[in-house]
Design a protein around this ligand. Structure first.
Ligand code: C5P
Length: 254
């Protein structure tokens, strides 16, 4: 557990007021709690939030989420619930009671599922942000047609984002390339959460529709989900600090 020793966390004196609402959500895509906590200990909750997805949650469960919260991190529980309205709503309620900052459902579960989930979190004392996944970015037009969704992926994303908004959800996950058109269509305050973010010069990996952090924010993203550029870096806190610096430099002129 020692390889990040020597990396300094930000101290009170280095806190930038701009980062009190951290824009970067680090995807903790690790197979064990130990690995996730090892990285989390090197990061600063003032500089980022963290995302716990299906693999890590299935292995490490609510206990890990609680540990991350004890470290001071806001947790995005990325379990993409998709079930009948009652089951989805109860799962969202359980996530809210776990104290997570953000939780998500599949918009393809339909209006009633999303509305019921929203009503369930509305009744909780620590209401998380409830956002929707529209169309998985892994699906191309042919695959969408195969499951009975005609039209382009973009048209489906837009339609489902509007449905999520009208069901009272707080935002959607979308690729940086969809941010501009969504910003033109949906109301101010509807959160756009974008994976597919790659700092200049960093390996793209399997992501296709990518943007740099500063471009994604400039286009209108509220939060950036960044995994491997940080988790696989030799010095994760330094990469995170670089991303935050580029975001603030890029956004400052606005
Ligand atoms: O390592 P990388 O930065 O590509 O990780 C991106 C994260 O965002 C992963 O946890 C991935 O599952 C998630 N994600 C994505 N594309 C989507 C939805 C979620 O990459 N459309």
């Amino acid at each position: 557990m020692g390889e990040y020793h020597g990396y300094q966390k930000m101290t009170e004196s280095t806190i930038n007021p701009e980062t009190v609402d951290p824009k970067v959500i680090v995807a903790l895509d690790f197979p064990s709690a130990d690995a996730a906590l090892h990285l989390a200990q090197a990061l600063d909750p003032v500089q980022c939030r963290v995302k716990v997805g299906k693999e890590l949650f299935t292995r490490a469960g609510p206990a890990l989420v609680e540990q991350l919260q004890q470290f001071g991190f806001d947790v995005f529980l990325d379990l993409k619930y998709h079930d009948i309205p009652n089951t989805t709503a109860q799962a969202c309620r359980a996530a809210a009671e776990l104290g997570v900052w953000m939780v998500n459902v599949h918009a393809l579960g339909g209006r009633r599922m999303m509305e019921t989930a929203r009503e369930a979190v509305d009744k909780t004392t620590q209401r998380p942000l409830l956002i929707a996944v529209t169309i998985l970015t892994s699906l191309d037009a042919n695959e969408l047609h195969e499951v009975g969704l005609p039209g382009s992926p973009e048209a489906n994303v837009l339609r489902l984002a509007c449905l999520a908004e009208s069901a009272g959800l707080d935002g959607v996950v979308c690729s940086p390339w969809e941010v501009s058109v969504l910003r033109e269509t949906i109301t101010e305050g509807f959160r756009l959460v974008t994976p597919g973010v790659r700092p200049t010069g960093v390996e793209v990996g399997d992501q296709k529709r990518i943007a740099t952090p500063e471009d994604a924010i400039r286009l209108g993203s509220d939060y950036l989900v960044v995994g491997r550029p940080i988790t696989q870096a030799e010095n994760p806190p330094a990469v995170l600090a670089g991303i935050n610096a580029s975001i603030h430099a890029g956004v400052a002129p606005r």
